[in-house]
Design a protein around this ligand. Sequence first.
Ligand code: TTP
Length: 246
Amino acid sequence: MKGIVLAGGLGTRLYPLTKVTNKHLLPIYNKPMILYPLEALVLAGITDILIVTGGEWATDFARLLADFKSYGIRNLYFAYQEKPLGIAHALGLAEAFVNGDKCVVILGDNVIEGNILKAKKRFERMERGALVLLKEVPDPQNYGCPVFDEAGRIVRIIEKPKEPPSPYAVIGIYFYDAEVFSIIKTLKPSERGELEITDVNNAYAGRGLLAYEFLEGWWGDAGASIDAWLWVNNLVAQTSANKLNL
Ligand code: TTP
């Protein structure tokens, strides 16, 4: 399975911290942010990794990760996203890298307390389709929120619903079969001009091919706001991230 870390975007919600650097190079406690999603992949045995980034500081990632082998990464590649045209657009740049395999995509600002081993094992057993990770949150209206049918299958994900259909957020870690690249090619930009990952997930859900697992331990979207970034810093300092036994 291939791993993809998305580290483009503008990071406007962390402005002015992101005025002179990329969001994913900012510190989370004692390490640059991007090391956490990379470590999450390596911990799950995913060591062929592509980082998609953009903007003015792309080469800083190469300098930071020159000794990538010391992090347990076997092969590290980069793709350059010329404009922040959306998460699904960034993923589309990984097609040649994935080369028909399965892949796991992790947003570069998502930090987790535990690991994705259970989800990865489940996805490995799946013949086809996609798998998302869910976390119960107090404010599902701020996230992609799943709608379930009576059998407990996800029928749809609603982005930032006014009235949340469930107490869960779809977090920024997604497993896909190689079909994802054909789906991305059919997408139209949303109102905000981006190719949306929720549209990708809904394409799978519409075909009955969207599985899910619940994430154990805390999950932080460190790019959501300065307060969220501070919260994740404190959580990492107090309890540490990417634990194998959780
Ligand atoms: P977001 O946090 O939704 O977008 P952003 O990073 O541009 O931040 P802001 O809304 O504050 O301006 O993106 C989630 C993750 O996806 C983030 O880690 C960066 C990545 N991303 C890309 O790689 N390419 C893109 O085009 C976008 C929109 C996001």
